[in-house]
Ligand binder design. Structure first.
Ligand code: 13P
Ligand code: SF4
Length: 363
């Protein structure tokens, strides 16, 4: 593995640039008020020919609304694909900014709205396009593979885009072609892929502030307390967490594991927004969040992405009442056209290999 070179920012330098916002306080409303709010949103969405595309980490109320409206609740792979098949002219993306940008890159003729354009991602923030371009330019003999959690400008410099649900088969495919891989931005996912595929990869040193907080010693302790539980981890988690996992995979793969495995209890090392879907597909099963802080320590994200938490029913309604430019994703056309190539390459690969990011169960 070749981690460092002169164009490479260190993990500490990257982490130092990330400002993690505080979690917004969820308004306390009654069941009646929530029902009325959801009905108002549905009406506004219908009037604006809009569909809702939500990630599994968003608030359960939003996931429920998306399902009730025939929208999409999925991982990043399926969110990208869904926008291309939706008949509506407006895509409302509940998630983080790179998800809205991917929707716009693939659907330039559609209006793509997000309640809060400040909902970013530490991986995206930690991979500025100019530094990344210099890194790529220094290694012209490498195939550039970027994770979905990047800006449009970074995707525009890539040969392939991947999500966690498809990264392994694509990198295996590149290995078969004898290609050398430059990977960005998540060092932990990159290292995991490198370990599984045996491909020597140049790794950008970014990380997810949510998954990086999971603590291995505390996880060992919880596993001892619950020896009958299976450990499920998203591959953005550090190696010492992945080494303890029974299942490592995308959000969709982790949901499938809860639904199909024989265990009744699961320790989950990913954002706890996913519990809503897990409870829906496996109502009787017990879900325990993997520990994020050792004794006496505090957690910053506490197993919940502060940017995903910027999506609420309340700001969704506010946006639909005033859907101005402050909510609309716009991308420079030359960047968009270039960024579309690595995304299309991934979607074509997914189609030809029958890979989906949608939970295939009966819920
Ligand atoms: P998935 O594609 O597995 O849903 O992951 C997206 C993400 O941002 C995880 O932190
Ligand atoms: Fe980014 Fe991590 Fe939030 Fe996913 S959970 S959107 S990787 S900061």
């Amino acid at each position: 593995m070749s981690d460092m070179n002169e164009f490479h920012l260190s993990a500490e330098a990257i982490r130092g640039t990330i400002k993690v916002p505080a979690h917004p306080v969820k308004p306390d409303i009654t069941a009646e008020e929530k029902k009325a709010l959801k009905e108002r949103i549905k009406k506004l969405m219908r009037e604006q020919d809009a569909t809702l595309v939500a990630h599994y980490y968003t608030d359960g109320d939003i996931q429920e609304l998306a399902e009730e409206m025939g929208g999409c609740v999925a991982d990043s792979l399926e969110m990208a694909r869904f926008g291309t098949t939706a008949k509506e002219q407006t895509l409302v993306v509940s998630g983080v900014r790179f998800m809205g940008e991917t929707a716009k890159i693939l659907n330039p003729e559609k209006r793509v709205l997000m309640p809060d354009l400040g909902a970013t991602c530490s991986l995206d923030e930690g991979c500025p396009a100019d530094a990344f371009t210099a890194f790529c330019d220094a290694h012209p003999d490498h195939t550039v593979v970027v994770y979905a959690n990047t800006s449009a400008a970074v995707k525009a410099r890539a040969d392939w885009m991947v999500t966690s649900g498809i990264a392994l088969p694509i990198v295996k495919h590149l290995k078969e072609q004898g290609e050398k891989v430059l990977w960005a931005p998540d060092q932990h996912l990159g290292r995991y892929i490198e370990k599984v595929t045996g491909v020597d990869m140049l790794l950008w040193q970014g990380s997810c502030v949510v998954h990086e907080e999971f603590k291995s010693v505390a996880l060992e302790r919880i596993r001892r307390l619950h020896p009958d539980a299976a450990v499920l981890a998203h591959p953005e988690s550090p190696e010492h967490i992945l080494d303890q996992a029974d299942v490592v995979g995308s959000t969709t793969k982790l949901i499938e594991a809860v639904a199909t495995r024989k265990e009744e209890k699961f320790i989950i090392a990913t954002d706890d927004g996913i519990f809503w879907k897990m409870h829906q597909v496996a109502p009787g099963k017990e879900l325990i969040s993997a520990p994020t802080a050792g004794e006496g320590a505090t957690c910053e994200s506490c197993a919940h992405c502060p940017w995903m938490a910027m999506n609420s029913l309340q700001n969704l309604e506010e946006m639909l009442l005033n859907p101005g430019p402050q909510h609309e994703i716009n991308i420079d056309e030359s960047i968009r056209e270039r960024a579309m190539l690595p995304i299309r390459r991934m979607l074509d690969f997914a189609d030809s290999h029958g890979i989906s990011g949608k939970y295939q169960g009966n819920a």
